[in-house]
Design a protein around this ligand. Structure first.
Ligand SMILES: N[C@@H](CCC(=O)N[C@@H](CS)C(=O)NCC(=O)O)C(=O)O
Length: 207
C-alpha cells in the first residue's frame, strides 16, 4: 500500500500515527504542497479533491483520513485499537464524525486563522472568524472534557482510533491559542496520548 502525505497536515498525522502504532508495512510518499505536487494531473487522478491524505492499495484509492484509518486498522491483528464489536465500532465512528464536523472544525479554524495564515503569509487572522470558532470550540470542549472525566481514553480504558482522530490538531493548540487548557480532563488525555511513542513520534511538523 502507498500512503500520500504532506508534512504539517494534521489529517495526515492521524493516519501516519496509525501506521506507526500498528507497525503496518505501508510505503510513505511525502508530497510538497508548496511545489504544487497536489495540483498535478497525476495527483488529481489519486484524489480529485486535490487533498491529502490518500491511500492506494492496488487499484483501490481511498481519501478521507478517517476512512483510511479504519481501512488500514482492519489490516492489523490488534482488535483493541479498532474493535470488531458493532457497538464499539459505532462509538469510534461517532467520535470520528464528531471531530470532523464539530471539534476539529472549530479548532482547525482557529489554527488556520491564528497560525497558518501567518506561516503561509496570506494575511492577518480574521477576528470575527476566530471569535465564532472559539465560541464553538468551548461548546465542544466542554462536552469532551465531561466525557473524559473518568476515562483514560475516549472509549474508556483502551486507546482506539477515536483518540488519534479527535486529537488530530492538538500539536498546534498552544501556538494557535486554542483555549484547551481551560479543560483539565482534555489536557490530561492529551498528555496520555503524548506519552504514547507512536503518537508523540509522529508530529505533523517534523522537528
Ligand atoms: N476531510 C479531509 C480533509 C483533508 C484536508 O483538509 N487535507 C488538507 C491537509 S490537512 C489538504 O490537503 N489541503 C490542501 C488544499 O486544500 O489544497 C480528510 O480528513 O482527509
Amino acid at each position: 500500500m502507498n500512503f500520500y502525505t504532506v508534512n504539517g497536515s494534521p489529517n495526515c498525522r492521524k493516519v501516519h500515527a496509525v501506521i506507526n502504532y500498528l507497525k503496518l508495512d505501508i510505503q510513505i510518499n511525502e508530497l510538497n504542497i508548496f511545489a504544487g505536487e497536489l495540483a498535478t494531473p497525476e495527483f488529481n487522478a489519486l484524489n480529485p479533491n486535490g487533498m491529502v491524505p490518500v491511500l492506494e492499495d492496488g487499484n483501490f484509492l481511498l481519501w478521507e483520513s478517517n476512512a483510511i484509518m479504519q481501512y488500514i486498522a482492519d489490516h492489523a491483528d490488534n482488535t483493541d485499537f479498532y474493535p470488531t464489536d458493532p457497538q464499539q465500532r459505532a462509538d469510534i465512528h461517532r467520535w470520528q464524525f464528531w471531530e470532523q464536523n464539530h471539534f476539529n472544525r472549530a479548532a482547525g479554524t482557529i489554527v488556520f486563522e491564528n497560525m497558518l495564515k501567518c506561516v503561509l503569509k496570506i494575511g492577518e487572522p480574521d477576528a470575527e472568524k476566530v471569535a465564532a470558532a472559539t465560541e464553538d470550540f468551548h461548546k465542544h470542549a466542554i462536552l469532551l472534557d465531561a466525557h473524559l472525566a473518568n476515562k483514560d481514553f475516549i472509549l474508556g480504558s483502551k486507546l482506539t482510533l477515536a483518540d488519534f482522530s479527535v486529537a488530530g490538531f492538538s500539536e498546534f493548540f498552544d501556538t494557535a491559542k486554542v483555549p484547551f487548557r481551560k479543560y483539565p480532563n482534555l489536557v490530561a488525555w492529551l498528555e496520555r496520548l503524548d506519552a504514547i511513542p507512536a503518537w508523540a513520534d509522529t508530529p505533523s511538523l517534523a522537528a
